[in-house]
Design a protein around this ligand. Structure first.
Ligand code: G3P
Ligand code: MG
Length: 400
């Protein structure tokens, strides 16, 4: 991966552009770095060109995932320039409808990791499908779910101890769920779908109750506060993603489609009411731009420190030689439906232009799922590059 040529493309001034890199299919195939990815990130770090990692992936606490990524890619990363699919859910802790002290159900690839993630965010009452199953195994009349570990010792108390190590926690009496979250690709679809369907049909989130209003197409969907179904949140809508197999794999969007299809069947045609974030949705891109702007300020402060001794203050806008605002973000992604459409559709609060760059190392290829036809309208990238190195080279030339 020839990066030497990239050096000549750089101007002397601090960059007024930055990068947002998708992970799966751009930098990694699961745990395996895609050729050139480590070198590109090192190059950008060495030349103080800011970037963030913006992934629809999730399922681990940010600190743990960043540590993994730094090791795999050989580049120092921090949570300052890292946005996972569920990271923006932290914002639901604030405001008049805060869920901080409500009871939330979380699911994903590892129930305990999901509980840890939300516990670290500050949600104080986090339950998993395994907790509900452990409280009454008859709720799921098949063999114990794969990720449910039979208690090898008395269940820990109190209920919501995020440090609970790996076994379901007991539920309090009069237990109810106030909101449900899918944090990454569930593994126990059968158990998750059973329990989530129970809650969707319940009176106000009380397992074991039934409210015919919830799915009656003749009635408007009433919120769970009026005894309807608890709100349901998904952290990404990816139908496919790029792993190690030569063809794209089903993602969290497939689980969402399965649950929505089941809900339509159960209710005779009712559309499942849910909120979905992650790429391509504006909320995630607005959140990502805030994270990138803050990280860029830190990078330029360090750069100024290098140039102006101890002050270390990034020049203010009004000071001579002030740093230009962030003018352009190059979004490098492999999925037209999430990375490209999201960047194309994002309206920046600060006039920053997001330029979408599609790479050939992930979900999209000429031979997959519509090929060129899939790249029309909102899915049309500004350019197509063979890989992340070619994408960065194209961007630097464009900035040169
Ligand atoms: O589960 C991860 C997958 O949905 C896609 O992740 O990094 O390509 O946005 P990413
Ligand atoms: Mg991807």
């Amino acid at each position: 991966q020839d990066l030497a040529g990239l050096r000549s493309e750089l101007g002397p001034e601090p960059p007024s552009f930055a990068f947002a890199f998708d992970i799966d299919g751009v930098l990694l195939h699961v745990a395996k770095p895609i050729p050139g990815a480590p070198q590109v990130l090192k190059f950008l770090n060495d030349h103080n060109i800011p970037f963030i990692l913006l992934t629809n992936g999730g399922g681990k606490p940010e600190t743990e995932r960043v540590r993994d990524l730094s090791e795999r890619l050989g580049v120092p990363l921090s949570t300052d320039n890292f946005v996972q699919s569920h990271t923006p859910f932290r914002e639901l802790l604030e405001g008049p409808d805060s869920l901080r002290d409500k009871t939330v159900l979380v699911t994903g690839s590892d129930y305990e990791k999901c509980r840890q993630i939300f516990g670290h965010y500050g949600f104080n009452h986090v339950v998993t499908p395994a907790d509900i199953y452990a409280a009454d195994p008859t709720i799921f009349p098949f063999q114990a779910a794969a990720s449910y570990k039979a208690p090898s010792r008395p269940l820990p108390k109190p209920l919501f101890n995020p440090a609970t190590a790996g076994v379901p926690a007991p539920l309090p009496t009069h237990f109810k769920v106030d909101a449900m979250f899918v944090l990454n690709d569930p593994r126990d679809w059968a158990l998750d779908v059973q329990i989530m369907t129970d809650l969707l049909l319940s009176e106000g989130g009380h397992p074991g109750t039934y409210s015919p209003r919830n799915g009656d197409p003749a009635l408007p969907n009433c919120g769970w506060q009026e005894g309807g179904q608890p709100p349901l949140y998904f952290s990404n809508a990816d139908l496919f993603w790029s792993a190690n197999y030569p063809l794209p794999r089903l993602g969290q969007g497939a689980f969402q489609a399965a649950l929505a299809g089941l809900w339509r069947r159960i209710t005779g045609g009712h559309e499942l009411r849910r909120t979905c974030i992650g790429k391509p949705y504006g909320e995630t891109y607005r959140f990502a731009e805030r994270v990138l702007a803050s990280h860029r300020h830190e990078v330029l402060r360090r750069m100024a420190q290098g140039r102006t001794g101890e002050s270390g203050q990034a020049p203010r806008q009004h000071e001579p030689g002030a740093v230009a605002p962030l003018r352009t973000v190059y979004m490098v992604g492999d999925n037209p439906e999430s990375d490209i459409a999201g960047a194309n559709g994002h309206t920046s609060e600060h006039g920053t232009e997001w330029v979408s760059v599609l790479v050939r190392t992930g979900v999209w290829s000429e031979g997959w799922h519509g090929g060129e036809k899939a790249l029309r309208g909102e899915f049309a990238p500004r350019t197509i590059a063979d890989d992340v190195v070619a994408a960065v080279r194209w961007a630097l030339r464009r900035e040169g």
